[in-house]
Design a protein around this ligand. Sequence first.
Ligand code: NAD
Length: 364
Amino acid sequence: MKIGIPAETLPGEQRVATTPEVVKKLVAKGFTILIESGAGTAACYPDAEFAAAGAQLVDRSAVFDADLVLKVRRPTADEAAAVRTGTVYISLLESCGADALVAEMTHRGVQVLGMERMPRISRAQAMDALSSQSNIAGYRAVIEAAAHNKRFFPAMMTAAGAAKPARVVVLGAGVAGLQAIATARRLGADVHAYDVRPETREQILSLGAKPIELDLGESGAGAGGYARELSAEAKAKQQAALANELVRAQVIITTALIPCRPAPELITTDVIERLRPGAVVVDLAAANGGNCKLTVADQVIEHQGVTLIGYTNYPSRVATDASSFYAKNLMNLLDIMVEKTTDELRLRDLQNDEITRAMLIAAD
Ligand code: NAD
């Protein structure tokens, strides 16, 4: 069974869908790996390491001649057209609802699986790319904040004077937010955190941070452990109540998302203008419209002395480890998709497992 790994082509994307370590394991299981030459270079996995692990290095035209095509990012129109009928295609699809590009693939008889559709259940944890990549995003957001901040994160006692720990506020305590809290705590910051889902309180406390508690008159807990959109009245209450907490922060990291909806606006222009000069806001929701009114996607801007960071692809900034985690997510997924008979590898019926069934895009 042949697996094709094309190089990622979206601007700024440095990750790759497999690593030499994973290739070695897949080859041992009986797969043939075709990887596009140079696909791993930006993630610091040279061609020679892939070849030594047993992969065949091929050019772009040959990489789609495979039973399975694995990618990180959404296919471009050219990539979608290159995937043959009968192939299984797997990547993040980065879309919600109607998606003409993916529909065209499924109508041609390509089985398309979206990594973001992985169910959030215990059995799927080792295959969950949203979690592995959000974790990295949460870590990197804190590193960006610390690098742009002109003050220390930890308390410092030196002969030249003392500094208090930075006050860091994290909004949204899902996978990325919890990792941001943990990373900021490791750097010694005084961390305060807020989420609309009440069950996050214990998780925030367990990481040594202080939960911010607001009475909005309604719960933000939605289906499947995700948040739901608040009523207009609760949104206004939330913005006003959060403002008093936010204006005292030196660093704010926002990670609040609602599946298939624009990101909730939690930080108004007024709050940004009341922050102390030098404050840093890292808006992890920038790709979905931002949690902060002033965020500009993919840019770092300054507004009245406050730095606003709007990068939209943090995992790509930690491309080596992000690729490694993603590659392992895919390998674990292949374990449930492919069975070994006495002399060959065979694709199972993807409708028969709750995980692959949830990920599979229906042809209609
Ligand atoms: P997400 O990326 O969809 O959202 C990030 C966070 O933003 C969430 O915690 C959400 O509650 C919060 N949020 C939304 N609106 C908000 C608002 N107005 N104000 C403040 N916060 C707001 O979430 P995620 O990180 O993907 O996690 C979603 C859920 O899935 C969580 O319950 C998580 O524990 C769970 N999960 C389960 C598994 C598993 O069991 N396999 C794996 C990963 C995550």
